[in-house]
Design a protein around this ligand. Structure first.
Ligand code: G3P
Length: 228
């Protein structure tokens, strides 16, 4: 499973990718509005920050297929690099996905809440489908089960579309979708600290530090390298 950052803030993403093995950035209209700057500026700054090879996903705000396609092509032209247009899982979206794939665009079908939406978007040619995990849990749907069903159906039918799970509130949800076979997840930048931090790791490191210091003081292993 690969990890992506769900963010439109280039500074946050720069700090994250310096530390974590992140393979791309997703944005959505809500995330964009939080920055209170032009969408074009945000996307160009993000592209500059992550380089041309890293995935960058941005969503259309159009609702009819022809308009989605026009906007997608314009965004792709502007942002460049490894760009994915996010198309909502609607009937018009299905048409747009097919049109965009004919033009060689990379597409992420977004706002997926059911297995059938995912299957239809995959059949239309989407490269990724993005189920919203916590938003499903919020309405008492077994979100992990939905991701598992999508994974199973893709496998049963030999579909190469990948699952990019989004919308998380806790580490357990992330772990569960990974077990179900989600190929990718996207998380807000601060969430990554929750994935790596563990009190037992801190305790173990404190123990090593105390034991080491009791014998070697401030010296580090590199201060004791044997020279040939
Ligand atoms: O990218 C999808 C995600 O941002 C929506 O989920 O629950 O974090 O608003 P949520």
């Amino acid at each position: 499973m690969i990890y992506l950052a769900d963010s439109a803030n280039a500074r946050d993403v720069r700090e994250l990718i310096d530390l974590f093995p992140i393979e791309g950035v997703t944005t959505n209209p809500t995330i964009m509005t939080r920055e209170k700057r032009d969408c074009g500026e945000l996307l160009m700054e993000m592209r500059k920050t992550i380089g041309k090879d890293m995935m960058l996903h941005a969503q259309t705000m159009q609702t009819c297929a022809e308009d989605m396609v026009r906007e997608a092509l314009a965004l792709n032209e502007m942002v460049g690099g490894n760009f994915y247009i996010k198309i909502p899982a609607t009937a018009q979206g299905l048409k747009a996905i097919r049109m965009l794939k004919k033009q060689g665009m990379k597409v992420t079908a977004t706002a997926i809440f059911s297995t059938q939406q995912a299957l239809l978007c995959a059949r239309a040619g989407a490269d990724f489908v993005a189920p919203y995990v916590n938003k499903l849990s919020d309405i008492c749907v077994d979100a992990i089960g939905v991701v598992g069903e999508i994974a199973r159906e893709f496998e049963n039918f030999g579909i190469e579309t990948q699952i990019l799970s989004a919308s998380f509130r806790n580490v357990d949800q992330v772990n569960q979708v990974a077990l179900m076979g989600s190929h990718a997840i996207t998380l807000p930048v601060p969430f990554y600290e929750k994935l790596i931090a563990h009190p037992m790791t801190d305790l173990a490191l404190a123990g090593f530090e105390a034991d080491w210091r009791a014998v070697y003081g401030d010296k580090k292993p590199e201060d004791m390298i044997l020279k040939a």
